[in-house]
Every structure is written in structure tokens, then in C-alpha cells.
Design a protein around this ligand. Structure first.
Ligand code: URA
Length: 239
């Protein structure tokens, strides 16, 4: 037996959180009966689950690591008609990005139809490291590096402790390059952290998600994750 929202997520329809919304909004039927409460368990081999009238079937899970280029949006479709990260991946499977990188941010992005893994990776208390390289305008001062490490108040909430290293400074151009490893994924987090100290991020790249780096991937290129890599990601999420 499996929880209904977990099953819906495993069919690639939505993340687990979104699946819960679909249930409470009355959009889910089990064996012809509408289910609106959470916590119902189903037998994936026997029970027929419909979302918005469509019968679900468990798809084979697929996992991609993309080196996101600049100038594409991290959504499944964009109302302004801009290119999305989905357009870069050749697949007939309905996949979606895990988390978000800004339009002008490049780097590592996981895309999958596995709503359960997506949900675990995006949890606010996720312990999965994400490493960014930020080029900022100005010479970043050492006390500011310490502030970034200890946490900065953005949107009224203090960011968690981070690992931060000043990689280099270009005195002529008045820019600094800083490497940051964070667990969280608040909207525009890195840019806002620097902004609150008076620095503007002029280039941002996500170098790594946990152990997954961009080796062998030019911007716009992607690869499948191996079964072993997926297992390790699951185990990191459960820590
Ligand atoms: N932080 C940001 O500010 N932007 C991103 O795209 C990712 C993290």
C-alpha cells in the first residue's frame, strides 16, 4: 500500500506537495470516488487513480543533470514564450526541474519525473549541499565573508550557516569571486545575501549539487544520472 500523494508524485504528474493540493482541491478520484482527505493509502497494482479525469500510470523514472545556460527559464512553460530548460532535453517523458535557477544563472540543475525525489531535494530542511560561484561587483571584505558564513537576514529570515570562501579579487576591475555552499534554496538567495551587504552579483553559476558537478557538460548539455547516483541522492536526502 502506498500513500495517494506519493503514488501521484511517482506517476510524474506533480511533486508530492502539488499532489496534496490536487487531492484537497477535489481533483483526484480513486476507483471512481473523489478523495479529498490526505493520508488515504492505495494499492498501485489494483486501484485506479485519476487526476483531472486522466487515469494515471506509473512511468519509468528518468533523471537528468543539465548545465543550464543563460537566457532560459527554469519552468515547464513560460507565459512570455521564452525558452525553458525543458526545451533543452530530448524526451517524451513529462519532466520538471528540481528547484529554480534564475534566467541569468548557469549551472547544475536536476530534471526528473520522480516527484518523490524532487520533493525531498526541495524540502526547506534539505541537507543537500549546493555550491555556487558568484562574481560580484566590488572587493568583498573579510568581515562580510564571515557574515555570509554566519547567516544574513533576507526577507525577514536568517539564512542558515554556509561555507563561504573568497576565491579571488580583481583589484583593477573591482570584482571578487566567492565560492558558497548552502543547503537552502530560497528565491534569489545568493543574490539577496550579497545585496544585503551592498554587493551586486554580476555572474552566478551553480557548480555542484551534492556530489554532482558539471564535468564534461558544456552550457546547454545534459546527461542521465546513473542508478547509483540516484540512490546516493536519496540517501543524502534521508540524512
Ligand atoms: N541564488 C540566486 O540568487 N539565484 C539563483 O539562480 C540561485 C541561487
Amino acid at each position: 500500500m502506498e500513500r495517494l500523494q506519493k503514488y501521484i508524485a511517482s506517476c510524474g504528474v506533480a511533486s508530492r506537495r502539488k499532489a496534496e493540493e490536487l487531492i484537497t482541491e477535489g481533483k483526484v478520484q480513486v476507483n471512481g470516488r473523489k478523495v479529498t482527505e490526505l493520508g488515504v493509502k492505495i494499492n498501485p497494482q489494483k486501484d485506479k487513480v485519476k487526476v483531472n479525469g486522466q487515469l494515471l500510470a506509473q512511468e519509468k523514472p528518468v533523471y537528468y543533470l543539465l548545465n543550464k545556460p543563460k537566457g532560459v527559464v527554469t519552468t515547464t512553460n513560460d507565459e512570455k514564450g521564452r525558452n525553458t530548460v525543458i526545451d533543452l532535453i530530448e524526451t517524451n517523458t513529462r519532466i520538471y526541474p528540481v528547484g529554480r535557477l534564475d534566467y541569468d544563472t548557469t549551472g547544475a540543475l536536476i530534471l526528473t519525473n520522480d516527484g518523490n525525489l524532487a520533493n525531498l531535494l526541495m524540502r526547506p530542511d534539505s541537507q543537500v549541499d549546493k555550491t555556487y560561484i558568484a562574481k560580484v561587483k566590488g572587493i568583498v571584505q573579510i568581515p562580510d565573508i564571515q557574515k555570509l558564513r554566519n547567516g544574513i537576514i533576507i526577507d525577514g529570515v536568517k539564512t542558515k550557516k554556509a561555507s563561504v570562501r573568497l576565491k579571488s579579487v580583481d583589484k583593477k576591475k573591482e570584482t571578487s569571486t566567492v565560492v558558497l555552499t548552502i543547503h537552502e534554496g530560497k528565491n534569489h538567495q545568493i543574490k539577496k545575501m550579497f545585496e544585503s551587504l551592498g554587493y551586486k552579483v554580476i555572474k552566478l553559476r551553480r557548480e555542484k549539487i551534492a556530489f554532482l558537478d558539471l564535468k564534461g557538460l558544456m552550457p546547454g548539455e545534459y546527461r542521465n544520472l546513473s542508478i547509483k547516483e540516484v540512490k546516493v541522492l536519496y540517501s543524502l536526502c534521508k540524512k
